[in-house]
Design a protein around this ligand. Structure first.
Ligand code: P6P
Length: 335
């Protein structure tokens, strides 16, 4: 079978980036390849999830006598494992862990980067077979190399991210990541077990007609949000065509669709949860970075997500992200 030389794998792509930047040490490329490896291992387990009854329920031991870990714990351990044993990451922050984990070994302490991630966002959708995802954010350390990473390395504003991305475990498995140079999407080619460049230089359409929000919370939203949602429902041919509401309560899937087709995703604050539900460091910052590099916009309803200086690992924020013209119209209602 002829090998398709035109298709570039994630490894080849990151190495090419390295060649284009001779001054680069290769640490970021290594880190991204490490994440790609973890994603491939997570993908295998996510695809088996439907077979859990056969393989043994999570939290029990399977027929081999091994403990069957909950998928999000499994995903967390895969990511932490590849990053701890790599040469590019000094520590991590994870949705699954109460506090930061500083690797604190000689090699890790010399590493330039720290990583934050939600190892398996939307995992509650696994048993209904809705696409789920991994979300990650990479910062250059501000603490002295050679010493263990510190909390300041993790609590940086999102505008300091050097890379951010996500993996979507859906009808196909894709890894999408952004650096300041652009957003690129890689689809897992199962025949060679490699992520291959399928969506080069992704751009968020400046406008769109998809709006994504949980209508179940409508009466808990602030007035401006309710007015904008109502305006979305009233769009018709005179305003460029009716909008359509798409929301599958899996952020990676909802935002990925809107990034490709154009649209706006909202998880506003509510009367009972004014800070909303989504986490700043490992859900909103990564998608805000990706959206802005792709030409879109991301705010908390009042200001730029990437300018928020975090104080806590798991802090939440209201979140609006998407096509720039839709975001700007939303902002005329939501102040
Ligand atoms: P709700 C999944 O649990 C998640 O964290 C995001 O992936 C998703 O966008 C959101 O929560 C859905 O929340 O309250 O609408 O069910």
């Amino acid at each position: 079978m002829a090998i398709n030389r035109k298709v570039q794998t994630l490894d080849e792509f990151t190495l090419q980036q390295l060649r284009d930047f001779p001054k680069a040490t290769g640490e970021l490329s290594n880190l991204l390849r490490d994440i790609g490896l973890a994603a491939k291992r997570i993908n295998v387990e996510v695809n088996k999830a439907g077979l859990v009854d056969i393989l043994g329920d999570y939290g029990t031991t399977n027929i081999q006598g091994e403990e069957v870990k909950k998928l999000d714990i499994f995903a967390n351990n895969q990511l932490m494992g590849v990053l701890r044993h790599g040469i590019s990451c000094a520590g991590i922050g994870s949705e699954e862990m109460d506090d930061f984990v500083v690797f604190d070994d000689e090699t890790s302490n010399k590493s330039k980067y720290v990583c934050l991630f939600d190892p398996l966002d939307g995992s509650s959708n696994i048993d209904v077979n809705v696409s789920i995802g991994t979300i990650f954010s990479v910062f250059r350390r501000v603490s002295d190399l050679g010493n263990p990473a510190t909390e300041e390395d993790f609590l940086q504003a999102g505008n300091k991210q050097v890379a951010a991305g996500y993996v979507i475990y859906g009808s196909s498995t894709m890894l999408v990541y952004a650096t300041r140079r652009g957003v690129n999407g890689f689809t897992l080619d199962q025949s060679i077990g490699e992520f291959t460049l399928s969506h080069p230089d992704m751009k968020c359409p400046p406008n769109g007609r998809i709006y994504s929000v949980n209508h179940g919370n409508f009466y808990k939203y602030e007035e401006g949000v309710k007015q904008y949602i109502t305006a979305c429902q009233k769009k018709d041919a005179t305003s460029g065509g009716p909008y359509t509401q798409r929301y599958i309560a899996s952020m990676v899937a909802d935002v990925h669709r809107n990034l490709i087709k154009g649209g706006i995703f909202m998880y506003p604050g509510t009367s009972d949860r004014p800070a909303g539900k989504l986490r700043l460091l490992y859900e909103c910052n990564p998608f805000a970075f990706i959206a802005e590099v792709a030409g879109g916009k991301a705010t908390d309803g009042k200001g730029r997500i990437l300018d928020i200086v975090p104080t806590k690992l798991h802090q939440r924020t209201p979140f609006f992200v998407g096509s720039i013209e839709m975001m700007e119209e939303m902002e005329t209602y939501v102040k």
